[in-house]
Design a protein around this ligand. Structure first.
Ligand SMILES: Nc1ncnc2c1ncn2[C@@H]1O[C@H](COP(=O)(O)OP(=O)(O)OP(=O)(O)O)[C@@H](O)[C@H]1O
Length: 424
């Protein structure tokens, strides 16, 4: 691309972006003195790298911290801790000219192109605006660059004189991409770039992004909750849950043979003929915990269909899953409609959770009997404490390390070195 603002891109093999233990917390305040009473731990210790010219995907349910991660990388949010290196420089230390250069080299494409343009500015003016702001005063030169870029994103040079309302959503997103490209960036952050578009246009816009990164060697951070999009367009990805990355690695291996139970839940179906495997793709509980008070140990443990039983428990997998579902459903306050606390019907409690009577493990049976009686007596607090004491799990007790599993990293106790939990 001929661009006077062109900077020399480093061709080193080192990654373009290195994020280390990044934390971005939002304070929760109270009263007119705005006293801090807590913190939303939107991003809570994430590490990953983005290589030059690659598309890196960040996936996870709404609210898991994807946008906050992106905003922290772009310095739109101030990180609470950790570092982000961009081409070897810590972005939080940039000031003056270096900061301006960074702003030019890292561009954002937002979700909704309908909100990205002023209705009073022509498309040409909008696309040229970053050039003007960065000091290029030569109007005809700006115009040439804009026309060239509009053609590259599949529009015509003469479209520069038209206004945003004359374009469809997909065309507007192409124009947003042209605007992001005009300063010859090294990184484009695309935050759910097609969520406001219909499926047909979505594929066109994503193919455009893909072509552009191939043509210009630009890195793309693609944020999406849609695993199909990530599968088609990304080289590597990170899966986020409650402010943490639970699994990361090449797209083929992470989505082809996910190592983390949460990734399996996101994928929804385990490719297996064994129907009991299907239950492993369904979370134990539905509520995503509050990011200001995340669960101890593994943050996914109250929902994890593959939660590890205590060593002394000898139940088979399905039965243990029923016990765990009872335990955490009660803890999260999600009892099914068929269970009425305090109605004296302990059998209904067992039935609702598919807990056979008696269980094959005596200690487990005693605990389940006591806990279901406590629910039937309306004493869920006692039921909770009985279950907590009877079924201690490493998943609740300890924060899992990042374990390497067949070319991916998974933050899960199932893959701890020396663990035979893979057999579960
Ligand atoms: N400016 C803010 N102030 C306070 N809390 C915030 C702010 N921005 C985000 N949050 C909270 O931080 C958490 C992470 O939000 P974030 O938008 O990063 O998640 P996300 O994965 O991008 O979700 P979505 O897909 O819905 O955009 C959420 O609990 C959200 O409510």
């Amino acid at each position: 691309m001929s661009n006077p603002d062109h900077h020399t891109k480093s061709n080193g093999d080192e990654p373009l972006i290195v994020v280390e233990d990044l934390k971005t917390h939002y304070p929760i305040t109270e009263g007119w003195l705005r006293r801090e009473t807590g913190r939303i731990r939107a991003v809570d210790g994430v590490s990953f790298t983005i290589n030059r010219g690659e598309v890196f995907g960040l996936v996870g349910e709404s609210g898991c911290g994807k946008s906050t991660t992106a905003e922290s990388i772009l310095r739109l949010e101030e990180p609470t801790a950790g570092t982000v290196q961009f081409d070897g420089q810590a972005i939080t230390e940039l000031t003056g000219q270096a900061l301006r250069s960074f702003r030019r080299r890292a561009q954002l494409v937002v979700q909704d192109p309908n909100e990205a343009f002023s209705p009073r500015m022509t498309i040409g003016e909008a696309v040229a605006e970053p050039l003007r702001l960065h000091g290029m005063d030569d109007v005809s030169r700006r115009r040439r660059l804009v026309e060239d870029l509009l053609e590259r994103v599949g529009l015509s040079g003469t479209d520069a004189d038209r206004y945003p309302h004359e374009f469809s959503g997909g065309e507007k997103q192409r124009i947003s991409i042209a605007r992001a490209l005009i300063l010859n960036p090294d990184l484009i952050v695309a935050d759910e770039p097609t969520s406001a578009l219909d499926n047909r246009v979505e594929a066109d816009v994503l193919s455009l992004l893909d072509n552009i990164r191939r043509e210009y060697g630009i890195s793309v951070l693609l944020i999406s909750h849609d695993l199909d999009i990530v599968r088609r367009f990304c080289d590597r990805l990170a899966v986020m849950y409650l402010g943490e990355i639970v699994e990361k690695g090449p797209v083929d291996t992470v989505l082809g043979s996910p190592a983390h139970p949460y990734t399996r839940v996101l994928l929804e179906s385990v490719p297996s003929l064994d129907p009991s495997d299907q239950t492993l793709a369904r979370p134990l509980t539905n509520t995503v915990p509050d990011p200001s008070d995340p669960p101890k140990g593994c943050r996914f443990h109250p929902r994890c269909p593959e939660i590890i039983p205590p060593e002394h428990v000898t139940l088979d997998r399905d039965c243990w899953r029923s016990v765990a579902e009872f335990h955490f459903t009660l803890q999260m306050g999600e009892l099914p409609e068929t269970v009425t606390e305090g109605n004296g019907d302990a059998a209904a409690v067992r039935k609702a959770f598919d807990l056979p009577q008696p269980l094959s493990d005596d200690r487990a049976e005693t605990a389940i009997e006591t806990a279901s009686n406590a629910v039937a007596d309306g004493n869920t607090e006692r039921a909770n404490s009985v279950l907590k004491e009877a079924f201690p799990t490493v998943c609740e007790r300890e924060v899992p390390p990042e374990n390497s599993v067949d070319g991916k990293l998974a933050k899960c106790h199932l893959h701890n070195e020396g663990s035979d939990n893979d057999l579960l």
